[in-house]
Design a protein around this ligand. Structure first.
Ligand code: ADE
Ligand code: ZN
Length: 326
């Protein structure tokens, strides 16, 4: 079998997808019209032209602007459903989906509206599309820990509709330890914990995500390769990294896909996975990430199988469900 067919066909789990980052320009414009929201862009093409990023922050500014069209429960459902259709087409069998409630509650959208819309799509994706799904609530790290605590409080009435918490947004200047207390509380509540670390930030942020926040996975983590002791820790404890190659390329974390360190992370024995991050902004969903990365780096079928196995191992599925995917 040709490698591209294997990459497309193999069942995989997606563990690093921001649902607001799956909002395609066409849907942004459709929702803006439906909700009477004015956009600072004249057309879909005009908006797409703004997708020329130099770093994480240059992306986040546009990403939060795009999310401003989401107001009603149906908007959140429609966004998630569009993602699930793409995921199913890429043979994604399981998805653990980030959402950023503070982006919405700050605009007066109720937590209930956000979670109910997303959760309804997650529930339907299993029977209708063959994609099992769960939600992970992310705290915005450029905001205060107090704000994160208030967000957790607002979400707790919906505790059974999300499986864990994450930490995202502007990394530099906002180290994980800023959120030590709220993550400790989430651990007491039995929530899973993940954090973006080592995307643009230093290995020290990966260490504190592990040792202070006690996260079970690291999102991105590609800067870990600069610290041999950290690499050893990640390998020994089998801490997964949810790597996002096209994101790293578009946000200038790497100069080219050919220079991406995914292969080196696998060679070091790490539980690395491939994910799309914000596919509407970075030029591709899961299979596009696999295809372009394999074409550029020369990874082969052996690594494809390893990445697929890693994606299920790294998931928060229970042991029986993981076995069913082996
Ligand atoms: N929010 C959405 N995508 C993100 C990324 N790649 N890093 C940090 N925060 C994000
Ligand atoms: Zn991300």
């Amino acid at each position: 079998e040709r490698l591209p067919e294997l990459l497309r066909r193999m069942p995989k789990a997606e563990l690093h997808i921001h649902i607001e980052g799956s909002l395609e320009p066409e849907l942004i414009f459709a929702l803006a019209q439906r909700n009477g929201v004015a956009l600072p862009y004249a057309s879909v093409e005009d908006l797409r032209k703004a997708y020329a990023f130099t770093n994480l922050q240059s992306f986040l500014d546009i990403y939060y602007a795009g999310a401003s069209v989401l107001l009603k429960e149906q908007d959140f459902y429609d966004m998630a459903w569009a993602y699930f259709e793409r995921a199913a087409a890429d043979n994604v069998a399981h998805a653990e989906i980030f959402f950023d409630p503070q982006t919405h509650t700050a605009r007066g959208v109720a937590m209930e509206t956000v979670i109910n819309g997303l959760h309804r799509a997650c529930v339907e994706a299993g029977p209708k599309l063959g994609v099992s799904a769960a939600l992970i609530l992310c705290f915005l790290r450029h905001l205060s820990e107090e704000d994160a605590f208030a967000t957790l409080e607002q979400a707790l009435p919906f505790r059974d509709q999300f499986i864990g918490v994450g930490l995202d947004s502007s990394e530099l200047g906002h180290p994980p330890e800023k959120f030590a207390r709220v993550f400790a509380r989430c651990r007491e509540l039995g929530l899973h914990r993940v954090a973006h670390a080592g995307e643009e930030g230093p290995p020290a942020y990966v260490w504190s995500a592990l040792d202070v926040l006690k996260v079970e996975r690291i999102d991105h983590g590609v800067q870990s390769a600069k610290d041999p002791a950290l690499m050893q820790r990640l390998a020994q404890d089998r801490i997964p990294l949810t790597v996002c190659p096209l994101s790293n390329l578009k946000l200038c974390v790497v100069p080219s896909l050919a220079q991406h360190n995914l292969g080196a992370l696998l060679d070091a024995g790490l539980v690395a996975t491939v994910n799309s991050d914000d596919p509407a902004y970075f030029g591709g969903y899961m299979n596009e990430n696999f295809l372009q990365t394999f074409a550029a780096t020369g990874l082969a079928a052996r690594q494809a199988w390893q990445l697929a196995a890693n994606s299920f191992e790294a998931s928060f599925l229970d042991a029986a469900a993981k076995r069913a995917h082996q």
